[in-house]
Each structure stands twice: as C-alpha cells, then as structure tokens.
Design a protein around this ligand. Sequence first.
Ligand code: ZN
Length: 340
Amino acid sequence: MEEKLKRLHEEAHKSLAEARTMDELNEIRVRILGKKGELTQILRGMGGLSSEERPRIGQVANEVRDAIEGELAVRTAGLKELLKEQKLREEGIDITLPGTPVLRGRKHPLTIVREEIQDIFLGLGFSIAEGPEVETDYYNFEALNLPKDHPARDMQDTFFISPETLLRTHTSPVQVRTMEKTAPELPVKIIVPGKVYRRDDDATHSPMFNQVEGLAVDRRITFSDLKGTLDLFARLMFGMKTRTRFRPSFFPFTEPSAEVDISCVICGGDGCRVCSHTGWLEILGSGMVHPRVLEVSGYNSEEVTGFAFGMGVERITMLKYGIDDMRLLFDNDLRFLQQF
Ligand SMILES: [Zn+2]
C-alpha cells in the first residue's frame, strides 16, 4: 500500500509538471484528490490493514496528500502568473507604434508681425488703443481734415453703409477718439492696431487689410522725435543696419507729411527687382499732426504738437518674409501658413 501511495505521488508529480492549462490542473486535482479520486480509492483499502500498520500508512497517506496539494497550489499559482503575463503581452499597447498626430495651430504671419510691431512701440512707452470698424463719416474723414468733397477722399475710396456711416478706411479715427477722451491731459502716446477697408483688390492691395497707427501728442514734440522714433522702429523691425529715408508727401491730417522708406531688405540698398532697383522700400506714411486735427480733438495747437504715422501690417509682413502676393496672406492655404 505504501508502494501504491509512493507511485501515486510520483505520477501526480509528473502530471502536474506536464499540465499546461488550468483545466488540466483541475482535472488532475479531481482525478487524484476528488471524492472518487485515486488517493481516496487507496485510503478505502486501509480497512484491511493491521492496527500496527494503519497509523503508519495513515501518516504516509497524509504526507502524500499534503505534498500533492502543495504542488498543486504552487503549479496553479505559477500557471496563473504565466497566463496573466501572456494575456498582458497579447493585449498590451505597443508604445513603439506611431500615434495619431495632433495638429498644432500656430500664429498667422500677420499676427506675428502685428505683435512684433506692438512690442516695439510698447517698449517705447506707447499703449494700445482700439476703436470701431464701422465708423462715422465725421471720425473717419471730417475730424481728420477731410471735409466732404475734399479731393483727398479719392485716395481712400470706401464702403459706405449709409451716407454717414462707413467701414473705416484707416485707423486714424481712433486718434481723434482717443484725443477727445484724453484732452486736455498730456501726453497721448498710442498705437492703434486694427482692420481697415478700401475699395482695392490686386496683388498688393486687399479690400480689407490691417494697419497700425501711431500717435504722440505732448508739449514740444518735434519732427525729430518722429524721425528718431520711426528710425528706431525700422531698425528693430528689419535689422540694425536698416537705414530710413523721409520723403515729402501729403496727407490731409498731417503737416508736414512724409513717406518713410527703408533701405531694401533684400539688396541692402544696391538695387534689385524687389526695390525696383532704387535700393529703397516704402513702408509707411507719417507727419506732424495737423493743427486743425488737434483743435477738433480738444487740444490747443499753440501749446501742443504731435506726430502720427500709419503702416500696413500686410506690407511690413510681405517685406519681412519676401512674400510677393498679398492674397497669400488671406487664402488660408496651410502649405503657405505652415512655413511660419
Ligand atoms: Zn533691393
């Protein structure tokens, strides 16, 4: 009988070692340790043993059963762990696979340049002012020394909404609005970024475009202040080697007025296709605020003076990045926009 038990143990040990699934382990457990199992069958035969043999065989039987149960438990735990690892391997995420790309937005070149312009003037002590895009004839023209039927209105052919309201043709009305609010306090030092509208549409003009206007009003402001400010702006914007040139010009709301050119950003002044072989590029209009504009806005033109300037953000952007068609800035073509 002892022999049988030992064989059973050996056989169980072998079967357990070979088992590869939970079902197989379970089957072994039932076959050997179950109510009708082999161990139980052997123990049934104990009745035929002598009273001396019985305790000894009983002890051996218990040892065999404990040993088999122990092995079974170890195998079960081991197999569970193995199956779990297998499952993780099969279901696991392969972190080396490429992911779904997240498309990141970026700033529009016009925004980049407008912010650059703003940063330069904020650094010079200007603050930002804003005003309505639908403007009255008064603020857009009359208060800026452009009475009705003034021929200079032709320079800014515009979209009228009613005889007295229109889409502003420049950001200059905000000059008047700001001075009205501030007068007689001094100084006024603002820049006015914003959209403006004109009846233009070709490779270098758009019916809607962006301007940044600047205005400084105080006692003893001179044309030198204007020149110094714009010269510094040009160098900060286009590089410290940039030179500026002021040419006499006409605007109804400034006197004297000047167009400002910078040395060509492409050829540095030697002459090339971009600058039409002149070496210069026009970037903005400027001048000393016309006394009538100061008076209309509530300042005594005998006591205070000021300078003003206005630039197109599109123009600056095109010069800065060498873009030759303004419409690219409004087409929303990602192949273009992703280059910035
Ligand atoms: Zn050039």
